[in-house]
Design a protein around this ligand. Sequence first.
Ligand code: PLP
Length: 478
Amino acid sequence: MGFDPAAAFDAERFRREGRAVVDWIADYWAALAARPVQTGVEPGWVRSQLPTAAPETPEPLDRVLADLDRFIVPGLTHWQHPAFFGYFPANASGPSILGELLSAGLGVQGMLWATSPACTELETHVLDWLYDLLGLPERFASAGTGGGVIQDSASSGLFCALVAARERATRLESHAHGVDQSTRPLVVYASADAHSSVAKAATLAGIGRDWVRLIATDARGAMDAAALDRALAVDAQAGRRPCFVVATVGTTASGAIDPVPEIAATARRHGAWLHVDAAWAGAAAICPEYRSEIVAGAEQADSWGFNPHKWLLVNFDCHALWVADREPLVQALAARPEYLRNRASEAGGVIDYSDWQVPLGRRFRALKLWMTLRMIGAEPLRERIRDHVAWAAEFADWVEADPRFELLQPPSLSLVTFALRAGDSPTAALLERVNRGGRAFLSHAQVAGRHALRLAIGGTLTDRAAVAAAWDAIRGAL
Ligand code: PLP
C-alpha cells in the first residue's frame, strides 16, 4: 500500500475526524467530575497495553479513540478536573484550545519576522496588551527598548534572562570564550524557596551551582532582603561579580512574595540583573486589588515573567517574558546563518523572535493567548481569579476552625498550606489517603519547616462545591 495523501491532509476527512475529536474532548470535559482525579495504574501498565512495533498500515480514527478510552485516559491524572488542587494549576479554556488547534492547522514557523510576519506581530501586540492588563511598567512595552516574548516555560524564560545577564556582566566575553569562573566568578542569587529552575539555569549557563546563593527567608517564606544585601556586599568585596538576582512573586511552596523593591535596590547598587519570577501569582495582577503587591518593584526589574498557562486559562505551554532592554538578550541569543538572512532583518525595525529564545523554530503560540483574551475577555478572567481567591480564604477558615488542623500560613491568593497538628508523618499519610481516594488531588511542600498539604485552587471547572467537597474528602480520610 502506497502513501495516501487523503490520509494525511484531506480537507473533507479532516473536517469529519476533527469534529469527532472535538466531540471526544467535549465529552471528556463533561464527564470529568465523575472520574477519580488521580490514576491508580502501576508503573508499566500503559506500555503493557501498547503493541511493540508501530503499525505498517493505516488504522481508522475510531480505533485510536477507543484505545484512548481504554488505556490512555485511565493512565492520566486529570489536571482539568474540578477537584484538582495539586502543584499549581495548568488551567485551560475552549478558546485557548481552539487557538492551539489553529496554530497547528496553520503550521507556520515564526522564527523570523520574515518567515511569517503575523506570527511575530500578533505576539508582540498581545504581549503589549497583557503587560498593560497586568499593570506592569511601560519599560516592558515593545514601543521602547523592551518588549515581550512567549516562551514554552518559566524555566526557559529565566534561563534566557540569565544568559542575557551573563553577557551584560561580561561584555560578551563569555559569549566569545566561554565562562571563566576561576577568577572573579559570576554569582546568582535567589531565595531558599525560589524555584529549582534557578539552580538549573545557573548550571546550564556555565555559572555552576557553587555560585548560586540561596538567601534565607523570613517566617512567611519571603526572601530576607537584608541577607541578600549582605551576600552581594561580601561577594563584591571579595572580587566576585554579582550577576543575576531572582525575586520570586509567589513561591512554589507557599506562595510567598519576595520584597521586590528592596531586592531591586540591592541589585541595582551592584549592577546585577533583576529577574522577577511570577510564574503562578503573576496572573492575579490583572485584578487591580491584587496588583500592587505583585508588580511592586517591577519598574526596576530587567525582566519579568509569568505563565498564562498556569492561571489565565491559556493551555500549556505559554510563558510570557518581558525585558526592559532587548539588546543584551538578542546579543546573547541571536544566530543568523546564511540561509536565514533576509532584507527585513538586515534593515532592522522588525523583531526576530528566535533571537529571544533557545530554539530556532517557534510555533504560533500567540494565537491561543489572543483567542483567550478576545473570546473570554479581561473582566471574566478577573472574576475567575477572584472566585479562586475567595474560596481559598473560605477553605482556610474551615481549616482554622478544626482543632485537628493547623494553617501554616495565611492563604496566599488561592493557595492554602496546612498540616495536621499531629505532625509530619500523619500529614503525609493523610495526603496519600486523600489522593488515593480520588475525590480530590492535593500536593505537598515544606512550609515553615513542616510537611505541608497544599491546596492550590485554579481549575477552570473548579467551583465552590468542589472546594467544599475537597474539605469533606480530607476530613473523611482522617
Ligand atoms: N517558578 C515558579 C515560582 C514555579 O512555581 C514554577 C512551577 O510551578 C516554575 C517557575 C517553573 O515553571 P515552568 O514549568 O513553566 O518552567
